[in-house]
Ligand binder design. Structure first.
Ligand SMILES: [Zn+2]
Length: 416
């Protein structure tokens, strides 16, 4: 620890270091609650535990109802994979917002986390397993992002115990891993009345901080033709599958990775029999874009594939660009530089990086808040059944986050 830290800051760091055992014990409890794939009982249970901790810190709680996911988003293969998705359509998942306002605070901090994981609530990967040398531990959501949420709560608790009062809110959504369609409104609304957002996504490899992210969107192209017997009436048929094949080659030609535009197609469906001309075919896809201009080009190009209502084959297009691009801005770089200098004082090297991955940080920055979003713990193998955390990062990243919040509350952002 650097001696550039003030005496109270050093005390804060020591208090956090003493929390390691309790953090590991809490992590084991949180990781063992299945919160993947819209599994409502687990999500409600875990959200309840977090709500109690946040309420004990003197915050007021609000459960913000979610909005329905666009029903066309889900390809049929995924629908059959987990029936939970059908349930989600009826009753969207909510977000929890804890508010801890403070009148005299100079910087109003919004913490952001997601309580869902990608993991199968009925799968075999269900609990925390600590390696023999205690350097790492595996578990579902251990870095993405139950470890991140845990360090944020511990940072708030450690600050409170030392008598540091901050203006903070904490938004916890329930569907980040599937695009935050349900909780997007809650995220955007919570961004109001704050000055900065800190999101607890896992650190990039080596502890790097993501300072720019591409945006992302979903689309579906559906083709309608005319069915006919393939042998007797082939000439009368209009194949929706051939129409879709032509569309897919057009979609391929729209991708310009070197110009920050990615178009990925899959899955796809079409036809039911080999001896009938198929009258229906559809594909789903994902786009990534580096900025609003690229997002607009992709939107116009994909929408232009649609035909008139009476055309045969007819082509219908649906799309939603749900994660705006998160480019570097002056204010987000100021925030990143502050995190960088705090990390340096703690002896934690931090580099800056760009990524094509997306997260709630995209939505929060688009809602007007300078946002840094990889302040969570270190680990790896995200979205796999060998997802792991580096246990030492619980303390190190908690110290970084707590110190960053402290400096922000002292208005160091403007002062740097
Ligand atoms: Zn995540």
């Amino acid at each position: 620890m650097s001696n550039r830290l003030s005496e109270p800051e050093q005390r804060l760091c020591r208090a956090i270091a003493q929390r390691l055992d309790s953090m590991v014990a809490d992590l084991a409890i949180h990781v063992a609650i299945p919160t993947g794939r819209g599994f409502r009982p687990g999500l409600d249970h875990y959200r309840g535990i977090l709500a109690d901790r946040l309420q004990s810190l003197g915050s007021s709680l609000e459960l913000i109802p979610g909005d329905p996911r666009p029903p066309w988003i889900e390809p049929p293969a995924r629908l059959s994979l987990h029936e939970a998705a059908a349930d989600e359509e009826c009753d969207p998942l909510p977000a929890l917002l804890a508010r801890h306002p403070l009148k005299q605070s100079r910087t109003r901090i919004l913490l952001s986390g997601h309580i869902d994981t990608v993991h199968d609530p009925q799968g075999s990967f269900q609990s925390l397993s600590i390696a023999g040398d205690r350097a790492t531990a595996t578990g579902p959501g251990v870095v993405d992002m139950k470890g991140g949420i845990l360090i944020a709560i511990n940072a708030l608790e450690a600050l409170a115990e030392l008598g540091v009062d901050l203006h903070w809110s904490f938004i916890l959504d329930s569907d980040e891993e599937t695009g935050s369609f349900m909780c997007d409104r809650a995220l955007r609304d919570s961004a109001r009345d704050h000055d900065v957002a800190l999101a607890l996504e896992p650190a990039l490899p080596g502890g790097a901080l993501a300072v720019e992210r591409m945006g992302s969107g979903q689309f579906k192209v559906e083709c309608f033709g005319r069915s006919a017997h393939a042998g007797r009436d082939f000439g009368k048929g209009v194949s929706a599958v051939y129409a879709l094949a032509r569309i897919i080659t057009q979609l391929e030609s729209l991708a310009r990775p070197d110009q920050g535009m990615i178009v990925n197609v899959g899955p796809l469906v079409g036809g039911e029999l080999t001896n009938a001309v198929p009258d229906n075919a559809a594909c789903w896809g994902n786009v990534r874009f580096v900025d609003n201009r690229a997002a607009d080009i992709l939107a116009k190009s994909i929408e232009s594939l649609a035909t008139m209502r009476d055309d045969l084959p007819r082509v219908a297009v649906q799309r939603i660009w749900n994660r705006p691009a998160k480019p570097r801005t002056d204010s987000s770089m100021k925030l990143a530089e502050l995190a960088h200098s705090v990390a340096a004082e703690l002896g934690q090297p931090m580099t800056f990086a760009s990524t094509g991955g997306v997260c709630d940080g995209n939505n929060l920055q688009a809602a007007g808040l300078p946002t840094i979003d990889t302040l969570g713990v270190r680990g790896g193998n995200l979205h796999r059944t060998d997802e792991f955390i580096e246990l030492a990062s619980l303390v190190e990243r908690c110290q970084l986050l707590a110190l960053l919040m402290l400096r922000l509350s002292e208005n160091r952002l403007q002062g740097t």
